[in-house]
Design a binder for this molecule. Structure first.
Ligand SMILES: Nc1ncnc2c1ncn2[C@@H]1O[C@H](COP(=O)(O)OP(=O)(O)O)[C@@H](O)[C@H]1O
Ligand SMILES: [Mg+2]
Length: 288
């Protein structure tokens, strides 16, 4: 792989599995031999870092005022000047390693006010392209194979930056009527962005999550998602798995579980298949 591929996990709703998906796809891609960087823009609670058991250590740095620069700094007007002064350390200071493969740029309390700060930038292109400028100039030279960005579960200036920078969206969907509507609304939103700004943002991967196949309804929704998103639907769905919840709480992904349950095993398989499909999709969309 030559070019760094990018994708952002997004849906205008909390709790569908954006963070879980970002973490597990990240590890799946690492297991498949890719160098992966994960970026948490989803809020100061640091969920993505918690998935890898590294939030405690980072929060100590934050409390000691030592988490500078951080993810919110890269959106600053003065970032180029700051990075110029820090030299090679500028991005190295942002990134932490995890035990499961991917590198991570964790969230920071500075994300709290970032939406409002970006709102003060008059020019829309400038307002939405700060993250893209950072990735182009500072991250692409590091030669990661894939950068995955976890976004807030709402449409705001921060999530727009993620969509704008990634141009490719991963959407975890739960099986239900409301969720089907939400996915449709997302597709319409992406088309609107394309019209307004002349940037194409592809829905690259729709990943059914928390699927309980004991119910006929789940099967029906699976089928309707398959026909609604024939190009983007993941090759396998992620089942509901208590192991995923428990793993998250003990600071790891389902890939780190020594004796996985049947559902955890199926989830791992699904993430691996989804990761392969994602790379294929990103490569074809990037070369269009
Ligand atoms: N496949 C799954 N099986 C069981 N629990 C899951 C699964 N996917 C996500 N969860 C749980 O659902 C909750 C919300 O997931 P999360 O990834 O934080 O959603 P989001 O980032 O979209 O808000 C978390 O407690 C997470 O552990
Ligand atoms: Mg989240």
């Amino acid at each position: 792989m030559t070019e760094t591929l990018r994708a952002a996990a997004f849906l205008d709703k909390g709790g569908t599995g954006k963070t879980t998906t970002t973490a597990h796809l990240g590890v799946a891609l690492s297991e498949q031999g890719h160098e992966v960087l994960l970026i948490d823009l989803a809020g100061k609670q640091g969920d993505l870092a918690k998935h890898f058991g590294v939030w405690g250590q980072y929060r100590d740095q934050i409390d000691a005022d030592e988490a500078w620069p951080n993810i919110s700094t890269v959106f600053d007007d003065a970032w180029d000047t700051i990075a110029g002064k820090l030299g090679d350390d500028a991005v190295a200071d942002l990134v932490i390693a995890t035990d499961e493969g991917p590198d991570l740029i964790p969230a920071h309390p500075g994300l709290d006010t970032l939406d409002a700060e970006l709102g003060n930038i008059d020019d829309a292109r400038e307002r939405y392209s700060r993250l893209e400028q950072f990735l182009d100039e500072y991250v692409d030279p590091l030669s990661y194979d894939v950068v995955l960005i976890d976004l807030p579960g709402m449409t705001n200036n921060v999530s727009y930056n993620g969509l704008w920078a990634a141009r490719h969206v991963i959407t975890p969907v739960e099986m239900g009527p409301f969720e089907a509507e939400q996915a449709n609304a997302l597709r319409e939103d992406l088309e609107k962005i394309a019209e307004n700004f002349e940037v194409d943002i592809d829905l690259s991967l729709v990943l059914p999550n928390k699927v309980d196949t004991r119910t006929n309804l789940a099967e029906e929704y699976l089928e309707s998602f398959q026909s609604a998103y024939p190009d983007a639907i993941a090759p396998a769905y992620v089942p509901y798995s208590q192991d995923i919840r428990n793993a998250a709480e003990s600071g790891e992904t389902a890939f780190a579980i020594a004796e996985p349950s049947t559902t955890a095993d199926r989830a791992r398989e699904a993430y691996l298949e989804a990761a392969s499909a994602l790379v294929e999709q990103l490569e074809s969309e990037t070369n269009e």
